[in-house]
Design a protein around this ligand. Structure first.
Ligand SMILES: C[S@@+](CC[C@H](N)C(=O)[O-])C[C@H]1O[C@@H](n2cnc3c(N)ncnc32)[C@H](O)[C@@H]1O
Length: 357
């Protein structure tokens, strides 16, 4: 048994080491034998070839049954169980994030960027390490945002604007004014950038996540909006009122389990309802609240349209207009995807709301 130490990093939630002990494993271990070990809750610490560890991870994933399509709560619970099991396969990290395995990639910059400096030996779930590596590559290359005519560079754990339709909706709606806008839950800063690009003179963007705040600041500065856009770490709204407040809250109710989940899952619709309930207090008299929301939750039976309309009304807001567009998914929809039917029917909308008079 080897002792597992996880890298010292500022955001401990990234790591929840499932087991403090691991059995050493290398290329001689079959996927079936590995699955038996992991299923008993014992972690594996890889000592073989790095590409072989990747192949083992794929082989393990193929051996795990697909989650049930019919029930979203069961689907998520199953996915989480699957993720926990696959995360028991660990790669060793020497001080300074050197992977002491044959044919291992150089992960030093990517890991330092996510976890901060390290001077102790550690182990990290291989799945996690591959995620960190692909996030670093994504951060380097960025995502093309047609509405901006520029690229947005997502940081690790920050919601990336991979679906252009919601950005296009914000780029096309008639602006109620151009002096000031608030972008609530800014993520990469993409919607704040679109508003600045459209001529809004000052944008205050907020996010609850420190990673998102750093990411948005970097993107807005890189795009030349650093002087006109301020990014603040806070819960929902900054102080004051604006003619336009915009939010693209996480689209599904549910408990977040990973850092990125905070951008996808909104426990009990907290951000959605908080945005609606507090919007009036942050709008100038003729101002508008723009809510970007997909109806995926409705297709999954997690929220009804009537509920959403009742929340809007209870917040003292009325619907000026709703523009909807079929969701465009970054990858072609896969019929084997248990959520295929809901995703195929999904419509993303921009709700323009104003205070009731
Ligand atoms: C779906 S993402 C949208 C990001 C970005 N606005 C976009 O459209 O790409 C939702 C964002 O809201 C942030 N968020 C969640 N709860 C929040 C809260 N209470 N206050 C501020 N931001 C919050 C998340 O961290 C995440 O960045």
């Amino acid at each position: 048994m080897a002792h597992l130490v996880v890298p010292g990093e500022p955001d401990r939630r990234l790591f929840s080491p499932p087991s403090r002990h691991a059995v050493l494993a290398d290329d001689r271990l079959s996927a079936d034998a590995a699955l038996r070990t992991l299923s008993s809750g014992v972690a594996l610490l890889w000592r073989g070839d790095f590409p072989a560890a990747r192949r083992l991870l794929d082989a393990l994933a193929r051996r795990l049954p697909s989650p049930p399509p019919d029930d979203f709560a069961r689907y998520r619970a199953d996915r989480a169980r699957r993720a926990r099991l696959l995360s028991l396969l660990h790669a060793p990290l020497d001080p300074g994030y050197v992977v002491p395995l044959r044919r291992a990639p150089d992960v030093r910059a990517a890991c330092t960027g996510v976890y901060g400096p390290s001077d102790v030996p550690a182990a990290v779930p291989l799945r996690e390490l591959l995620g960190v590596l692909s996030a670093a590559e994504w951060r380097r290359t960025g995502v093309e945002v047609p509405a901006l005519g520029a690229r947005i560079h997502p940081h690790y754990g920050v919601f990336a604007p991979l679906r252009p339709e919601y950005v296009d909706l914000v780029a096309a709606a008639p602006l109620p004014g151009t002096e000031l806008a608030f972008d609530i839950g800014t993520g990469t800063g993409v919607l704040a950038a679109v508003l600045a690009h459209r001529g809004v003179e000052r944008v205050v963007a907020t996010d609850a996540s420190a990673r998102a705040v750093a990411c948005a600041r970097e993107n807005l500065t890189r795009l030349g909006f650093g002087e006109r856009a301020e990014v603040v770490r806070t819960d929902l709204f900054p102080p004051g009122r604006a003619p336009l407040v915009v939010a693209n809250p996480p689209w599904l109710p549910g408990r977040p389990r990973t850092p990125l989940d905070h951008a996808v899952y909104d426990p009990g619709h907290r951000m959605l309802r908080g945005f609606l309930d507090r919007a009036r207090r942050h709008l100038t008299p003729h101002g508008e609240a723009w809510l970007v929301l997909s109806d995926l939750a409705e297709h999954l039976g997690l929220r009804t349209r009537a509920q959403l309309l009742a929340w809007i009304e209870a917040a003292g807001l009325r619907v000026l207009d709703r523009t909807g567009t079929p969701a465009r998914h970054p990858r072609a929809l896969d019929e084997a995807d248990p959520l295929h039917r809901a995703r195929a029917a999904e419509v993303t909308s921009l709700w323009r709301l104003s205070p009731q008079r």
